[in-house]
Design a protein around this ligand. Structure first.
Ligand code: HEC
Ligand code: HEC
Ligand code: HEC
Ligand code: HEC
Ligand code: HEC
Length: 166
């Protein structure tokens, strides 16, 4: 190993440990300790105010600084999480949210189909997210083919392979 590599590892390893520690401490698996309950229950926001494509798009979308900025331009609380948010907002940096519920590219899933046409509530698939005080860290239901097919069977929806694998 060359000396430069040794130095690099020496620098990166402690940094990654500090990062892991800070991450575990406030945001869990997410960069900011976002609190759904505070927005949805205490401040009457609707799911679609933030996940703006959840009814008409394939992907619901996770909001970022453009939207948060509407209400968080300056501190309104003493919260560490809000301070972290403000540094993203003021530097105009993307918040690197990690997507928790994921369908692989080789299968097709559309929110519109389920929310608008199927008239399913978010809760049916995601649980009571609006009451969560910590970020979503795991799917409410593991996203597997069996999960999709069980609900389709129960509701008489097609389980033809080509419906989902186009
Ligand atoms: C039939 C089950 C189902 C329903 C109903 C549903 N979702 Fe989802 N949701 C999923 C699945 C599956 C994924 C992963 C999709 C992917 O990777 O494309 C997902 C992903 C998401 C994501 C993250 C990624 C993204 O941009 O799509 C958000 C946010 C989300 N859903 C919010 C909502 C909201 C808000 C509602 C209600 C308006 C809702 N969902 C209704 C199953 C559902
Ligand atoms: C429509 C206004 C509105 C929008 C948009 C909004 N928030 Fe908030 N947020 C609030 C209110 C109200 C509070 C409660 C703080 C208070 O009492 O002043 C709050 C509090 C917070 C806090 C501090 C409380 C805590 O849990 O520690 C964080 C962090 C936060 N919001 C994150 C976000 C993020 C991230 C976004 C963008 C995805 C966002 N907010 C978008 C209104 C909003
Ligand atoms: C003020 C904006 C805001 C509102 C209102 C809001 N969310 Fe979210 N939502 C977020 C943010 C920010 C994240 C990413 C952080 C996290 O996971 O908590 C998120 C994450 C999610 C996820 C996880 C997505 C994934 O797979 O990574 C789901 C599911 C979700 N929200 C559903 C809902 C539902 C259902 C409602 C209404 C009851 C709702 N949200 C209301 C901002 C919001
Ligand atoms: C909670 C129940 C439920 C779950 C879970 C669910 N679906 Fe569905 N799905 C429905 C319903 C209801 C419809 C019919 C909507 C309508 O009326 O058009 C549907 C329709 C569809 C269609 C259109 C079918 C066609 O005839 O062309 C596809 C594709 C689809 N779902 C994919 C998925 C995938 C992929 C998953 C898992 C990641 C999934 N669904 C999970 C309830 C569900
Ligand atoms: C309702 C939607 C849906 C239907 C219908 C469906 N699939 Fe899938 N399939 C998925 C999803 C979502 C995944 C990815 C999640 C997972 O790996 O469980 C998947 C994954 C797969 C995989 C990768 C599997 C693995 O386990 O790694 C294969 C192969 C597959 N499907 C074949 C089929 C065949 C063959 C049919 C018809 C008998 C079928 N699928 C019908 C949604 C569907």
């Amino acid at each position: 190993m060359k000396i430069k590599q040794v130095i690099l590892i020496g620098l990166l390893l402690p940094a990654s440990l500090v990062f892991a520690y800070l991450n575990g401490r406030d945001g869990g698996s997410q960069p900011i300790a976002y609190n759904h309950n505070m927005h949805v229950q205490e401040n009457d926001m609707e799911c679609l105010d933030c996940h703006v494509y959840a009814e008409d798009g394939a992907r619901a979308s996770i909001p970022n600084v453009e939207l948060c900025r509407d209400c968080h331009e300056e501190a309104s609380t003493e919260s560490e999480a809000e301070a972290a948010l403000l540094s993203y907002v003021n530097d105009n940096r993307r918040i690197p949210w990690r997507q928790i519920n994921v369908v692989p590219d080789y299968a097709y899933f559309s929110h519109r189909r389920h929310v608008k046409l199927g008239e399913l509530d978010c809760v049916a698939c995601h649980g009571e997210v609006g009451e969560m005080v910590k970020p979503v860290s795991e799917p409410f239901q593991e996203v597997t083919m069996d999960w999709c097919m069980d609900c389709h069977e129960a509701r008489n929806v097609s389980n033809d392979c080509y419906a989902c694998h186009r």
